[in-house]
Unconditional design. Structure first.
Length: 87
């Protein structure tokens, strides 16, 4: 499912509410439900754009490291299978 809003846009929408705009007005302006707004607030509340970018880069790095570990585990299993065979 493709998101309509990027994380940076979501942060700016949440900042409008902290600046004094009412939740129903924000929801109407961006055509989102109040449940969606509060879900965003729970997930992204208190973060700013720089923190979101840092979080995204850390998640990408973590994904790469997990892939490396999985590849190494496969290599280790292959070596073990090879060593267990009787020649």
């Amino acid at each position: 499912m493709k998101q309509r809003f990027r994380e940076e846009q979501i942060i700016r929408i949440l900042q409008e509410q902290t600046a004094g705009a009412s939740v129903p007005d924000i929801c109407k302006q961006y055509n989102i439900s109040q449940a969606c707004f509060y879900k965003w607030k729970k997930k992204y509340g208190g973060l700013d754009v720089a923190e979101i970018k840092r979080l995204r880069s850390l998640e990408e790095e973590n994904r790469k490291l997990k892939r490396i570990v999985a590849d190494k585990d496969l290599e280790i299993l292959a070596y073990k299978d090879l060593l267990e065979k009787k020649w």
